[in-house]
Design a protein around this ligand. Structure first.
Ligand code: ZN
Length: 131
């Protein structure tokens, strides 16, 4: 798993990209993404790996769902394309991305502008606008 390419399409290995962010949460309950873009990547990777605790923990409490379902059987995540990262100030940022997946032969494309907010030093996903 450590040597695999990172699911977030960064062209880095998982162990040099989203892996350490997932690990610091698993080991120390710590969200350590340095910016919203890194958190976005790590959340995409968490979706592909069914790391539901990481997804919930990195979701702002005001908008966080009470639970998340694992990936449907047969769902394949095909990749992430980051389009834009705008940091408004020290606590607010947005990330525009396209995530692609495939289920039962049908391709799905999610194009979203996500808003992130930093609380007590940790970047959290707030909400998103799907276009
Ligand atoms: Zn990654």
């Amino acid at each position: 798993m450590k040597d695999m390419p990172c699911p977030c399409d960064s062209r880095l290995k998982y162990a040099q990209c989203c892996g350490p962010l997932h690990q610091s949460f698993a080991d120390h309950d710590l969200l350590s993404a340095p910016d919203a873009q890194a958190l976005m990547r790590s959340r995409y990777s968490a979706y592909t790996l069914d790391l539901l605790d990481y997804l919930l923990a990195s979701w702002h409490p005001d908008t966080r769902p009470s639970s998340l379902a694992p990936n449907e059987p047969g769902l394949r995540w095909l990749g992430l394309q980051l389009k834009k990262h705008v940091q408004q100030d020290a606590e607010h940022a947005s990330v525009e991305f396209v995530a692609r997946s495939k289920l039962g032969g049908r391709a799905q494309r999610l194009h979203e502008i996500s808003r992130f907010i930093r609380v007590d030093g940790a970047w959290l996903y707030l909400d998103g606008e799907v276009s």
